[in-house]
Write a protein that binds this ligand. Structure first.
Ligand code: FE
Ligand code: FE
Ligand code: ZN
Length: 277
């Protein structure tokens, strides 16, 4: 069975978001753990959480995607911003432990002018501070397009972070189809080659989730412009190959395409129609 969802707002609670997911025939969804611009998270509403837990069970949802705010930069050149990011991460992991099973996905960071080596060092230090031996939440580094000074644009950088973390048993990767293509991995002409590369550098067992997006920009553009499924430079044929690939088809997929609920509903319908059960 295809596990598919899209990004939804939880401003009216997790249960409302779950109902919306059901409405568009999704069996997962992604949400921001707090305002994407950062800041304080709302207090958890345990009545709401009980209801979403029931809904997830009743409709047989896959795991949910809890996405960190974009402002969380563990590799900032400013000590107070790094500290803030670490506090967000710590707090988010506690919050997620109360929710239905959710993978925590975050953008590794931006090194600004410090260079990737320094940036990776900061990320590793932060993760070692926060991830304790008893952590049982799946934490995923997102593979990035490589715009600006983003860290995580290559499988090698992601692997370096994972290797630096002491308790890395539950530390993995979320691949983003738009980001991979933009950062120079040719999933259109050589999907098997790209998957073999992930496998030899990181290990496919570390890949736990997929952001399914088409791209507005050409191959290796190092830009981050998501497009509707089938309407971008990646195209429906490749997206179809990805969701059906024997090495990927069991993973949870979530859309981050620029459309509304009606649009996501159509995309989900399309994806289900090309998924080979
Ligand atoms: Fe992301
Ligand atoms: Fe993404
Ligand atoms: Zn993106």
């Amino acid at each position: 069975m295809l596990t598919i969802g899209c990004h939804l707002s939880i401003s009216k609670g997790y249960y409302k978001a779950g109902l919306q997911a059901v409405e568009i025939n999704a069996n997962s969804f992604q949400f921001f753990t707090r305002n994407p611009r950062g800041g304080k998270a709302k207090a958890l509403n345990f009545e709401d959480i009980d209801k979403i837990k029931q809904l997830v069970k009743e409709y047989n949802f896959g795991v949910l995607f809890a996405h960190a705010p974009y402002t969380m930069n563990l590799s900032s050149d400013k000590e107070d911003i790094r500290q803030f990011a670490k506090n967000v991460l710590k707090d988010d992991l506690v919050r997620i432990s109360h929710l239905p099973e959710s993978y925590y996905i975050f953008h590794p960071g931006s090194h600004l002018k410090q260079g990737p080596t320094k940036g990776i060092e900061f990320i590793v230090d932060a993760l070692n501070d926060v991830i304790t031996s008893d952590n049982n939440i799946t934490i995923l580094l997102e593979g990035m397009s490589g715009k600006g000074t983003e860290i995580g644009r290559s499988f090698e950088e992601l692997k370096q972070i994972i290797d630096g973390v002491k308790y890395n048993k539950n530390l993995g990767v979320c691949i983003d189809t738009c980001h991979m293509y933009s950062s120079g991995y040719d999933i259109v002409n050589d999907l098997d080659g790209v998957l073999n590369k992930i496998d030899s550098i990181i290990g496919l067992d570390r890949v736990k989730a997929v952001h399914l997006n088409d791209s507005k920009t050409e191959f290796a553009s190092f830009k981050d412009r998501h497009e509707l499924i089938g309407e971008g430079t990646i195209g429906l044929e490749t997206i179809t190959n990805i969701i059906n690939h024997p090495k990927l088809r069991h993973l949870p997929f979530n859309l981050e395409t620029p459309t509304d609920e009606e649009g996501h509903k159509k995309e989900i319908e399309l994806l289900k129609s090309v998924y080979k059960d």
